[in-house]
Design a protein around this ligand. Structure first.
Ligand code: CP
Length: 300
């Protein structure tokens, strides 16, 4: 692939190739081995929305491979504040760079940018749309911890309406032989068009608003934050805020591992952090080898 825009552009073989490459990258990500595979290459990073993990793990990934990064961490420090449009910005930074990573609040932005510049474009999250590199690291985490993706029972929990990580992940899981359930308050259900696409791909769609209902038949509890910034009406967010919290008590008797793309607010209690089930910090680390694999595969 030239670009990484949507997980829907990848077939199962492509995903497995990246996961295998990420495994080879892990010793380099852990500083146990050195690599100069991307020496002399420059990654342009345009973050129009806040980020900790995605931005810094891309930066770490590029540097671990001997490359460098340029860019901005928030549009407020770029000439966007003077009124420069996105097209002009990406044309300029695209000429400076060997690949571009972009995060933007508008769905479809990464695809739009890929049609403008010649260098590879990587989507680091576009509104409530897609977050394909997060999905790759989510799959890598499942495989790394549980040894497989096929035959897993996965519950996607939380804000399934606005969460781009679960939108991407649901499409990716449809390429594997898994059992997926969707757990959310009724106001934050997975969008109909995604459920429709999943059904067409052969996924048995099971929706519930009760974690208790799925807990003892789940291998992976994938929890998400309620995406406050995507609510058109802040009053609606306030009504639903704090609707669910995963605690170590809730997990008693369950073997499920708990994943979360992070950041978390209050949906996972801190008492889960040091249990064998809380795997979200490990998951966040896997962002480095997975993004190394993705960079290595697109930067020529
Ligand atoms: N998971 C994730 O996208 O985190 P950031 O918003 O910190 O990049």
């Amino acid at each position: 692939q030239k670009d990484i825009i949507s997980i829907r552009d990848f077939d199962r073989k492509d995903i497995e190739y990246i996961l295998k490459l990420a495994e080879e990258m892990e010793p380099i990500a852990r500083s146990k081995k050195k690599s100069d595979a991307l020496s002399g290459k420059l990654l342009g990073m345009l973050f129009y929305e806040p980020s900790t993990r995605t931005r810094l793990s891309f930066e770490a990934a590029m540097k671990r491979l001997g490359g460098s990064t340029i860019g901005f961490a928030e549009a407020g420090t770029s000439s966007a504040t003077k009124g420069e449009n996105l097209t002009d910005t990406v044309r300029i930074v695209g000429e400076y760079s060997d690949a571009l990573v972009i995060r933007h609040n508008m769905e479809g932005t990464a695809r739009f940018v890929a049609n403008i510049v010649d260098v590879p474009v990587i989507n680091a999250g576009d509104g409530a749309g897609q977050h394909p590199t997060q999905t790759m690291l989510d799959l890598y985490t499942m495989k790394r911890i549980l040894g497989r993706i096929d035959d897993l029972r996965i519950a996607l929990v939380g804000d399934l309406k606005y969460g781009r990580t679960v939108h991407s992940l649901a499409y990716a899981l449809a390429k594997f032989d898994v059992d997926v359930s969707f757990v959310s308050p009724k106001e934050l259900k997975m969008p109909h068009e995604i459920l429709h696409d999943l059904s067409k791909s052969g996924v048995d769609v099971y929706e519930t608003d009760s974690i208790h209902e799925v807990l003892d038949k789940t291998d992976v509890l994938y929890v998400t934050r309620i995406q406050k910034e995507r609510f058109p009406d802040p009053a609606e967010y306030l009504k639903i805020k704090g609707a669910y919290t995963i605690t170590s008590k809730l997990l008693e008797g369950s073997d499920a591992i708990v994943m979360h793309p992070l950041p978390r607010i209050d949906e996972i209690s801190h008492d889960v952090d040091n249990t064998p089930q809380g795997r979200y910090f490990e998951q966040a680390f896997y962002g480095v080898p997975v993004r190394m694999a993705l960079l290595k595969s697109v930067i020529k």
